[in-house]
Design a protein. Sequence first.
Length: 71
Amino acid sequence: MANSSTSATKILGIALVVIGLGLAFWGYRLSGSVGSQITQAVTGSDTDKVMSFYISGAVSFVVGLFLTMKS
């Protein structure tokens, strides 16, 4: 029974790492869009949407890494 739980935790951790990397990449691609570049030129910072992708990607990656290393 413990092996099943450990295996499921490791699979969940790997999935979260992949999702985190995907979200961060998606945010990076979104930051290159025309609308985002105009906002960045005017305000000097990324849009809220881009930042939300970066932050959620980083959190997902760290939690996934923790779950993978823990099990």
